[in-house]
Ligand binder design. Structure first.
Ligand code: DAK
Length: 261
């Protein structure tokens, strides 16, 4: 598939950058863009050498300003349902990638944009980033998982307030409320993302994948079951050559060289 609305770059070994690229519509998500995002996600998932995916928006104004309102306005209920399912599948596909996915939120992340950012494993925001679920102002609820992921990330009361009032939240509030992990000046966003991606890419790849699974799957389990899951994943990682290398390097007082085996 050739892309018209997104850019997928292999920026550095193991590091992919996915950019939603419709700056004239503030990178709003229409069906074609969602289809391209699904394709790009599958391509990254199929690359065994992939270590980290960074997701961002083109231009300095928007990450993604939401689902495309002009595409949604004439939809029938059934078409809207299919659109919502398509969007939800894309968000779940990103969430299910075996490698860490970091959202670099460079501007407006509203509606489907906030949902896309929340489907990533964590968010680094530019100072000018603005988050929100303003769908209520259009007479609809969020349709790509927003009510569910926001409540899980921020807790019931904060999420409820945001989706019901539709108010916008600036980067400093996103940081305070736990939606964003870091806030940096806009010009430093990509460098900060790459810096973190390089750090992750240098870790033992199997351990990183196992850690993502342990935290993500464990949150859906009770504590005892989560600890059983952790033990299984621990044993899996313990059997790798990288585990031997990591421990040997520590004892030999040198840096480990991990190979993903
Ligand atoms: N869709 C389409 N075009 C958009 C857009 C969007 N979400 N956001 C902005 N644009 C377009 C504008 O129409 C404008 O186009 P032109 O007039 O230049 O052709 C261009 O981008 C620049 O936007 P503005 O002129 O408005 O720029 P401003 O700086 O004045 O304002 C803004 C920036 C982000 C505050 C404003 O554009 C805005 O409020 N945008 C809409 C934000 C929003 O409401 N987002 C949520 C979208 S709804 C469901 C399925 C899916 C969903 C829900 C339910 N089911 C089936 C149940 C998902 C819903 C959403 O995400």
């Amino acid at each position: 598939m050739t892309y018209q609305n997104i850019i997928l770059e292999h920026a550095e070994p193991g590091i992919y950058v996915l950019t939603v690229n419709r700056p004239k519509a503030l990178n709003a998500l229409n069906a074609a863009t969602l289809a391209e995002l699904a394709d790009a996600t599958a391509r990254v998932a199929e690359d065994p050498a992939a270590r980290v995916l960074l997701v961002t928006g083109a231009g300095d104004k928007a990450f993604v300003a939401g689902a495309d309102i002009s595409a949604m306005q004439p939809m029938s209920t059934l078409e809207a349902r299919a659109f919502s399912e398509q969007g939800s599948r894309v968000m779940s596909g990103i969430e299910a990638l075996p490698i860490p996915v970091i959202a670099l939120v460079n501007g407006y992340a509203l509606g489907g944009g906030c949902e896309l950012a929340m489907a990533c494993d964590w968010i680094i925001a530019a100072e000018q980033a603005v988050f929100g679920q303003p769908e209520v102002n259009l007479g609809i609820p969020p349709g790509f998982g927003g009510t569910q992921r926001l409540a899980r990330l921020l807790g019931r009361a904060r999420a409820m307030e945001l989706v019901i009032t539709g108010r916008q939240m600036k980067a400093d509030e996103a940081l305070r409320s736990g939606l964003a992990n870091h806030v940096v000046p806009g010009g430093q966003l990509m460098e900060k993302g790459l810096e973190m991606a390089r750090l992750i890419a240098a870790k033992a790849p199997v351990a990183v994948r196992v850690l993502k699974q342990a935290v993500q799957r464990g949150l859906d389990l009770d504590l005892a079951s989560g600890c059983v899951l952790e033990t299984s994943l621990f044993a899996l990682a313990f059997g790798t050559a990288d585990r031997k290398e990591g421990m040997t390097a520590f004892l030999e007082k040198r840096s480990p060289k991990f190979e993903g085996k």
